[in-house]
Design a binder for this molecule. Structure first.
Ligand code: SF4
Ligand SMILES: [Zn+2]
Length: 377
């Protein structure tokens, strides 16, 4: 049979998403940008208001380090992750120690802070990514300073042996896992996440056995998903994972340079989520989440900007402020006075996504030949 039918492809071997994701870090611009930074200084250090595990308010320091980066990125990488812009594979152990010293210098030894988030653009306790002697130093020092520590990890890196090692050096710290989606198909084909739900469940069990806290990130609107589907799926996932986590942080997509999502966005085939969708998700999940001990926060990074979650432009700042206030107050009343003409446009997009067979959505930013858009994978 002829292989010339457009829908069936032209008989060529399909390009794997793996290869599409892998390309951007090799562009001359990306290499030049990475080689321009000073490996002895962290990416950034800043302080924000936070809540301790017991719910009491505190100040947290966030330290983002320049590292060798995520082992999964170098092998393949998630479709939305632009951390490769901040990493380089020649970072040494001395660099890591001097970045940490610089972070302490900039915060006056974390003066006034009760919490520190140490982010390494990958898994904090993965030895190929970060030198074990540096991991040990940070774990012990933050414990000695009486700081609650938050680190990040991929689910499959959470082995019993490593978590025991971490818990001995900083008992009770929080390990945040970017689960992104509580659905194996979405993990594989939309996020290219590199692990499965089963592996996440195993990691959660091991974290509990080692008395470590579980924080879960969910991603609102991964690529190749319509606005309506994102709202339906994420509302369901929030309910499911909040029963198993101490904290859930929902991150609406913000488009990072050089990623798969960036390509789709520049091709007008992806629109970051509407702020109205986030409000609707919060309203739908409020009662279920309130019935658990889990703290759920929605943090629209770059909210109101074109590359972040946004509405029409005129109501954005008000809606972002309401979402942020809700994260502190937990009161649905924060949304009671919100309204704007653009809400109708959003509503018709959600209704269209629910009734038309268009896998990537019917939104106005999906421009191009309508027939091609309907056939899009
Ligand atoms: S696991 Fe995390 S750091 Fe690694 S590629 Fe995915 S999102 Fe980026
Ligand atoms: Zn508006």
């Amino acid at each position: 049979m002829s292989q010339s039918c457009g829908l069936m492809g032209d008989g060529e071997k399909p390009v794997k998403i793996h290869h599409l994701v892998k390309a951007p870090e090799n562009t001359p611009e990306s290499v030049a940008s990475r080689e321009s930074w000073d490996a002895s200084k962290p990416v950034t250090v800043y302080k924000t208001p936070e809540n301790l595990p017991d719910g009491s308010p505190c100040t947290a320091a966030t330290v983002i380090l320049r590292t060798k980066g995520c082992a999964w990125w170098w092998k393949s990488g998630c479709t939305f992750c632009g951390y490769f812009n901040d990493v380089r594979d020649d970072v040494t152990s001395e660099d890591m120690f001097s970045q940490w010293e610089e972070a302490k210098r900039r915060t006056d030894d974390f003066k006034g802070c009760k919490m520190v988030k140490v982010y390494t653009s990958g898994t904090f306790f993965e030895d190929r990514e970060n030198p074990p002697e540096w991991q040990e130093h940070v774990l012990k020092e933050t414990h000695d300073l009486g700081l609650h520590l938050v680190v990040e990890a991929q689910a499959q890196m959470c082995t019993d042996e490593k978590l025991q090692w971490v818990a001995e050096r900083h008992p009770g710290c929080t390990v945040a896992i970017g689960l992104e989606a509580y659905d194996n198909t979405v993990l594989r084909f939309h996020a290219n996440k590199g692990f499965t739900i089963k592996q996440w469940h195993k990691a959660v069990g091991l974290l509990r056995e080692n008395s470590l806290r579980v924080k879960t990130y969910l991603l609102f609107k991964p690529p190749f998903m319509s606005e309506g589907d994102a709202l339906e799926h994420t509302s369901k996932w929030v309910k499911e994972v909040s029963e198993l986590s101490d904290e859930v942080s929902i991150n609406p997509m913000n488009i990072q340079r050089g990623t798969i999502v960036d390509r789709l966005f520049r091709n007008r085939e992806y629109r970051p989520p509407w702020l109205w969708s986030l409000v609707e998700m919060i309203v739908r999940t409020h009662d279920d989440v309130s019935a658990t001990d889990c703290r759920v926060i929605v943090h629209p990074t770059a909210g109101g900007k074109t590359r972040g979650s946004h509405n029409c432009g005129s109501c954005d700042s008000e809606v972002v402020a309401s979402i942020e206030r809700y994260s502190v107050s937990g009161d649905l009343g924060e949304f009671s006075t919100l309204d704007c003409d653009c809400k109708q446009v959003w509503q018709s997009e959600i209704q269209g996504d629910a009734s038309l067979p268009s896998p990537m959505g019917v939104g106005i930013h999906r421009r191009g030949n309508p027939l091609d858009l309907m056939r899009a994978p």
